[in-house]
Design a protein around this ligand. Structure first.
Ligand SMILES: [Zn+2]
Ligand SMILES: [Zn+2]
Length: 278
């Protein structure tokens, strides 16, 4: 399993590489811009070229971009929906510039609207964005924790989105262990295989491309999305052992989105996973 961290881009892409190297990343996830602002700058051409060259030199792949947090592709508010679709299109274009292999998106939440409109909005957004941008970046739907009006926390919802997207070869799934567990899918020595089989039956393992490896502060089925350090949450080391050793999962790349404290604690998280896989 190739492992890495979500790394920051706030201090420039050169700094991102230094951070990734210090954290011993074999794969890396970034935001292409500030995750909490609609405004963005253009990439600096030279900086971009150096970033791509460094990733190659350091043998860091795949490069994954996580879409920022403001857009909501399920929004039933017309203004926010339009803005969100525009960001999706823009992010796909930026992924092309970055040579990113994957763009991870949260499907969305229907908020003040209703589920049916919400899920149809997600599907239309993806279909429309795919007609606007042609690139090799695969869009990955991340499973959510199931809070409030989340869409895409149940495998059936992911399946329905995939079923209705025309260019299925451009679409995949990223499973986040914390979200999975919070949504009520078991991750333990004796139960993880059942969860994998359920995913295979409902969605299909061929769509599963990537993992987010986070322990969960809250109990199974809590629907609360709170990440914690590997082995220190409710999933625990035995749960992660089942994940990193599962024959159908162990060769997927994975990113840690555990709370960042200091370098030595971060390295401990990645080492724990490496040790469990042995
Ligand atoms: Zn996410
Ligand atoms: Zn995640």
């Amino acid at each position: 399993m190739r492992l890495g961290f979500h790394c920051s881009v706030g201090k420039g892409l050169k700094n991102t590489i230094e951070e990734a190297v210090a954290l011993k990343c074999e794969t890396i996830q970034i935001f292409s811009r500030s995750p909490r602002a609609w405004y963005r700058r253009e990439f600096d051409e030279k900086e971009l070229a150096e970033f791509k060259k460094s990733l190659k030199e350091k043998d860091i792949y795949p490069l994954v971009v996580h879409m920022l947090y403001l857009p909501n592709l399920a929004s039933c508010d017309k203004k926010l929906y339009k803005k969100s679709v525009d960001v999706l299109i823009d992010e796909l274009k930026r992924c092309k510039m970055l040579n990113a292999q994957y763009l991870v998106i949260h499907p969305g939440r229907y908020s003040a609207g209703d589920f049916e409109t919400g899920i149809k909005n997600i599907i239309s957004a993806i279909n429309f964005a795919f007609t606007k941008v042609k690139n090799k970046t695969m869009l990955l739907l991340e499973n959510l924790a199931g809070g409030k009006t989340d869409i895409g926390w149940q495998f059936e919802e992911l399946r329905r989105i995939i079923d209705n997207v025309k260019e299925k070869n451009r679409l995949g799934v990223c499973l986040d262990t914390c979200h999975l567990f919070a949504a009520g899918y078991e991750i333990s020595k004796n139960s993880f295989d059942k969860t994998v089989n359920e995913f295979d039956t409902v969605v299909g393992l061929k769509y599963l491309k990537f993992l987010h490896l986070n322990d969960s502060k809250n109990i199974l089925g809590s629907k609360i999305d709170r990440h914690t350090h590997i082995g220190e949450g409710e999933i625990g080391l035995e749960g992660f052992r089942a994940v990193v050793r599962h024959p159908k999962i162990k060769n997927l790349p994975g990113i840690l989105e555990t709370p960042r404290t200091n370098l030595s604690d971060d390295l401990k998280n990645i080492k724990k996973l490496g040790d469990l896989a042995k």
